[in-house]
Design a protein around this ligand. Structure first.
Ligand SMILES: *Cc1c(COP(=O)(O)O)cnc(C)c1O
Length: 356
């Protein structure tokens, strides 16, 4: 069997959820959209269900997969419904539903449901992606409040720049939210991971942590450990071939790496088709049999190459960690000019193996 795999530490996931919930100061929905950021939504949700206040996903399809797997906890649809035919299923499965646009309010008014649904009415407080405009928010709230189809309304919004600690935009958005919703009763939810970690003044009744559950801090690299987060995914494979190169000889496609001195090269069975970034630069950190090492050469579809010169005991069969317990995902992100979100969501083809 091909040795590439992603180990998923469910104990670390639970640890990170508790930490996020503590920062939220109230309750927290574990965001498990996009297959739990590449970690496997069903297994992650099952591991968290005994203690999680609920879950959040991108769409009905993701929510129904969780329900079919036996997850009975509350599930919030972060973009609500896309067409009216979803509403009866939302009611049947007791899902919570974001309402972010006037057309959704109108559709909800026109439908009849077997039981009322909980609505999270989203304000566009300045991200300008989705959400009801400040001018129309109070009216939309009252229209929903009047409907027998709606059980209760949570006030919500989303920050655009919470991962920039020095940026005043988050406080401006918070002010807008506070001003617009001031006269309306009910609970509120504002914070994603970055806001939970960097903007305690934005705490509300419900946090919505995603990335940090998986052990990666959204705010600058190398803060994962200081934040107390534990990596959940360890992506690893093994060395399947070794070459000794003389100075001046190249490795791999495009000869991106040329040996400056006699170099021992290890070929690892994992590539960009598994989600490892093809943009990873020479020198991107890896761990070889538990010791720090470096990527060299351009990443191929199914293989990548590492420098074994300083690792005389390593050879065919050695374990190479690409990120996880020993190599911070944030450092791979920095060397690859990608984002932590893309790095984790991009993992595919490799089997996910759960423990903890
Ligand atoms: C994805 C998402 C989150 C989680 O964001 P992280 O940055 O991963 O913590 C929270 N709220 C909304 C509306 C989202 O779409």
């Amino acid at each position: 069997m091909r040795p590439a795999r992603a180990l998923i530490d469910l104990d670390a996931l639970r640890h990170n959820y508790r930490l996020a919930r503590g920062l939220a100061g109230g309750r927290a929905l574990a965001v498990v959209k996009a297959d739990a950021y590449g970690h496997g939504a069903l297994r992650c949700a099952a591991a968290l269900e005994p203690e999680a206040d609920g879950f959040a996903v991108a769409c009905l399809e993701e929510a129904l997969a969780l329900r079919q797997a036996g997850i009975g906890a509350p599930i919030l649809l972060l973009e609500g419904f896309f067409e009216a035919s979803e509403l009866p299923l939302i009611a049947e499965h007791g899902l919570w539903c974001v309402i972010h646009a006037p057309w959704q309010v109108a559709m909800l008014e026109r439908c009849t449901l077997q039981r009322p649904i909980q609505v999270w009415l989203k304000l566009d407080s300045g991200m300008h992606r989705v959400g009801i405009d400040p001018e129309g928010y109070v009216q939309a709230w009252h229209r929903l409040q009047a409907l027998p189809q709606v059980s209760d309304i949570i006030k919500t919004s989303h920050f655009a720049r919470a991962d920039e600690p020095g940026c005043t935009r988050t406080l401006e958005q918070l002010d807008t939210f506070t001003r617009v919703t001031a006269g309306l009763p009910g609970q509120a939810s504002l914070c994603n991971s970055a806001a939970l970690m960097a903007w305690p003044q934005a705490r509300a009744d419900w946090g919505r942590p995603g990335l940090m559950l998986y052990g990666v801090a959204p705010v600058p690299p190398a803060r994962d450990a200081t934040a107390g987060l534990r990596p959940v995914m360890t992506l690893e494979s093994k060395v399947i071939s070794v070459r000794d190169l003389a100075a001046g000889e190249p490795v791999g496609y495009g000869a991106r790496f040329v040996a400056q001195r006699p170099t021992r090269v290890g070929v690892v069975a994992l590539g960009y088709a598994d989600g490892y970034p093809q943009s990873a630069a020479n020198g991107t950190p890896v761990a070889i049999d538990g010791r720090p090492g470096e990527l060299i050469g351009r990443v191929s579809m199914d293989m990548l190459t590492v420098d074994l010169t300083g690792h005389p005991d390593a050879g065919v069969g050695s374990t190479v960690e690409l990120w996880g317990r020993q190599v911070a995902a944030a450092d791979v992100v920095t060397c690859s000019q990608t984002s932590s979100y893309r790095l984790l969501c991009g993992v595919k083809r490799v089997p996910l193996q759960y423990h903890g």
